[in-house]
Design a protein around this ligand. Structure first.
Ligand code: 13P
Ligand code: SF4
Length: 302
C-alpha cells in the first residue's frame, strides 16, 4: 500500500475502533506525523491514563506500552512490534532488584520508568528523566536504591546530594555519545548551546549548557535565546524541534545516536496492529496492581 493510502486506512480504522495513536519523541518521522499525541515518557503515561479511547496504539518501546496498560487497564494497548524493547530496561530483572533490596535492607526504591512491570512491582516510586530529581528530593530518606540507569542515578545524586545505590545499567545509545562528539560539534558551531539528556555519561553532562528530558527540550526550545543548539540524545527528537522552531538550528551531537528499537515501528505495522488488534500488551494482574501505585506517584510529579 502507498503511504497516503496507509495513512487514510489508519485514520479510518482509528475512527471505527475508537483508537488513539501515542508516539514517543524518538519515533520515526512518519509515525510522529500520524500520531494523535507525541511526547516524552511522562507525558505519554499521563495521556494513556486520561485519553478517552477503547484502543491505544503505542508507538514506542515495550516498557512504555506496559506502563500505559497498567494505568489504563480497561483499554486495549497495542504495540505494533513486540520486539521493540529497551535494552536498558532489560538490564535489571525482578530477581536483581530483590537481591539489591537484600543488600540494602529497608531502603526505598526509586525505579526509572525504563524498567519492566516486574521491576516496577518491587518499587516504591517510579520516575522519568523529566521528574527524577523532584521524585528523589521529595523522599525524606537520604539513602535510596535507584535502578537501572547509572548515568541518571549519578545526575540525580549530584543534584539532590543524596546517597544513591545505583544499578549498573545504561542506555547504549546515550552511552555512545562521547565528549569527542560534543567537542567536534562545538568546533563546527562555536555559538551553539549544548543540550543533553540525563541518560548521557557524566563526562558528557559536564559539557552541557542544559540537561533536559526530551519533553523538556521541546518545551524549552521556543523560549530559549539560543539560535543554534547541539542536541545530545536520540536523533528522533530533531524532527519536532525543527518543525516547531523553524527559526532555530538543531544539530545532532552524534548522527549515529539511533535507537533501533524505537525505529522498529512504522506505518505498515501500525496499520496491521489496528486492523488485527494485535500484538496486544498484557500485564499480569498481580504485577500490575503492585506496580500501579509506584507509577501513579510518578505521574503526580510535573
Ligand atoms: P524521555 O522520554 O523521558 O525523555 O526518555 C527518553 C528515553 O530514552 C525513553 O526511552
Ligand atoms: Fe531504551 Fe535508550 Fe532506546 Fe530509550 S533510547 S528506548 S533508553 S535504548
Amino acid at each position: 500500500m502507498k503511504k497516503n493510502k496507509l495513512v487514510e486506512e489508519i485514520n479510518r480504522l482509528k475512527r471505527e475502533k475508537r483508537a488513539v495513536i501515542l508516539a514517543h519523541n524518538y519515533q520515526p518521522e512518519e509515525v510522529q506525523d500520524l500520531a494523535d499525541f507525541v511526547g516524552d515518557s511522562l507525558e505519554l503515561s499521563r495521556k494513556a491514563a486520561e485519553v478517552e479511547a477503547d484502543i491505544i496504539v503505542f508507538c514506542g518501546v515495550h516498557f512504555m506500552a506496559e506502563t500505559a496498560k497498567i494505568l489504563a487497564p480497561k483499554k486495549k494497548v497495542l504495540l505494533p512490534d513486540l520486539r521493540a524493547r529497551c535494552p536498558m530496561a532489560d538490564m535489571v530483572t525482578g530477581d536483581d532488584l530483590r537481591w539489591m533490596k537484600g543488600q540494602h535492607p529497608g531502603k526505598k526504591v526509586v525505579a526509572y520508568v525504563n524498567t519492566t512491570a516486574e521491576v516496577k512491582a518491587e518499587t516504591d516510586v517510579c520516575c522519568t528523566s523529566a521528574n527524577a530529581v523532584k521524585v528523589v528530593s521529595s523522599l525524606p530518606e537520604e539513602e535510596i536504591i535507584f535502578v537501572p540507569d547509572r548515568n541518571l542515578g549519578y545526575y540525580v545524586s549530584q543534584k539532590t546530594g543524596k546517597k544513591l545505590h545505583v544499578w549498573d545499567g545504561y542506555c547504549p545509545i546515550h552511552e555512545d555519545i562521547r565528549p569527542k562528539h560534543i567537542e567536534k560539534m562545538k568546533k563546527k558551531h562555536p555559538g551553539a548551546e549544548v543540550w543533553t539528556h540525563p541518560e548521557c555519561r557524566p563526562d558528557v553532562l559536564s559539557l552541557a549548557d542544559r540537561i533536559l528530558s526530551t519533553g523538556q527540550m521541546i518545551k524549552e526550545a521556543p523560549k530559549s535565546g539560543a539560535l543554534e543548539i547541539i542536541v545530545a540524545t536520540e536523533v528522533g527528537i530533531l524532527h519536532r524541534l525543527r518543525k516547531e522552531n523553524p527559526d532555530k538550528r538543531f544539530y545532532p551531537a552524534r548522527e549515529k545516536a539511533v535507537c533501533k528499537n524505537m525505529k522498529r515501528i512504522n506505518l505498515r505495522k501500525v496499520y496491521k496492529a489496528l486492523l488485527l488488534e494485535r500484538p496486544e500488551v498484557i500485564v499480569e494482574a498481580g504485577i500490575a496492581d503492585r506496580a500501579r501505585e509506584a507509577i501513579n506517584q510518578m505521574v503526580r510529579f510535573v
